[in-house]
Design a protein around this ligand. Structure first.
Ligand SMILES: [Fe+2]
Length: 307
């Protein structure tokens, strides 16, 4: 290696003659050198690392021209199916675990702060405001679920007025934005009380598939992977002077916890959704026909980065 040790790893190409390897390596060095005059140091770092890793990938698996054409066709299809309502590149990032790796890199563990997970494609700005104890379902079909908890800092001090945004799929596995029309359901926002507490009605989460009728779905099928996501309820929690938390809670006992299509599950985010038989009195006296569930989620917000 003549690149001062900056290759991602030695390229393992058994059976490739030394002269051929030297030619390939020379090309890598030439391409790297083409970025040497970039004045933006970060951009130079990014482009040279991309070149090193990309060439190492191509050389390691000895990509055929047919395979390279198929890869370009795949990315072209991914672009063509993407529009304002559908982001296939985000989906691709998700199923490759890149989105979760980004979360790990950019949300370093801090004391007992609640762990983050993927935002997903279905967050909508400006969801309806509800009162404490209000109901986010707005007509979405599903089993009622009482959600309560608190928001504190890492020392246990309550955070009053923290903004909690929540959203989820309905019992059929769809978010409101996946239906035709402008109807808003199964999403809302509320603020914590003076003691940092919150409570609201939602729906017991159910599993759903990520959109799998496009190139990402075909890749999952070709590789024997499931498009299903473990049941979850999304949270986005923010407060002045605290690191914004994007996370979900998952349902303990869900059989999909170990095979979540986007690798979003973390043990600390798996919660007990306690099933309540029909007729069980509700915490706020609301009358519920049939079964309901309840869950507690105590949220701990980290300080902002670099504070
Ligand atoms: Fe989701």
């Amino acid at each position: 290696m003549s690149d001062n040790g900056t290759s991602p790893q030695p390229v393992d190409s058994p059976g490739v003659p030394a002269e051929q390897r030297a030619r390939e390596e020379q090309l890598v060095q030439t391409v790297l050198a083409s970025f040497e005059n970039a004045t933006d140091e970060r951009l130079k770092l990014v482009m040279q690392a991309l070149v090193r890793h990309l060439h190492a990938f191509l050389r390691e698996i000895r990509v055929s021209e047919e395979e390279w054409a198929a890869a370009i066709a795949f990315l072209t299809d991914t672009g063509h199916i993407t529009d304002e309502r559908r982001q296939e590149f985000v989906l691709l990032s998700d199923v490759l675990g890149a989105s979760m790796q980004m979360i790990s890199i950019n949300n370093e563990a801090y004391a007992n702060a609640t762990e983050a997970t993927v935002l997903g494609p279905f967050f909508v700005e400006g969801a309806p405001e509800i009162e404490q104890g209000g109901d986010i379902s707005a007509g979405a079909v599903g089993e009622p679920c009482w959600v309560e908890g608190s928001v504190t800092d890492t020392e246990g001090n309550p955070i009053a007025g923290a903004l909690i945004e929540v959203w989820e799929a309905d019992d059929d596995g769809f978010y409101d934005v996946q239906y035709d029309g402008e109807h808003t359901a199964a999403r809302g926002r509320l603020h914590t009380a003076d003691d940092g507490s919150f409570r609201f009605w939602a729906l017991t989460p159910t599993p759903y598939p990520i959109p799998h009728d496009g190139p990402v779905g075909r890749m999952l099928q070709a590789t024997g992977r499931s498009p299903m996501r473990a049941s979850h309820l999304h949270f986005l929690v923010s407060a002045p002077g605290r690191r914004t938390l994007i996370t979900h809670i998952f349902v303990r006992g869900d059989e999909l916890l170990d095979s979540d299509a986007v690798f979003g599950v973390k043990d600390s985010l798996v919660k007990d959704f306690e099933r309540q038989p029909a007729g069980t009195p509700t915490p706020d006296g609301r009358t519920v026909d049939g079964t309901w569930s309840r869950v507690r989620f105590d949220i701990v917000l980290a300080p902002p980065p670099m504070s």
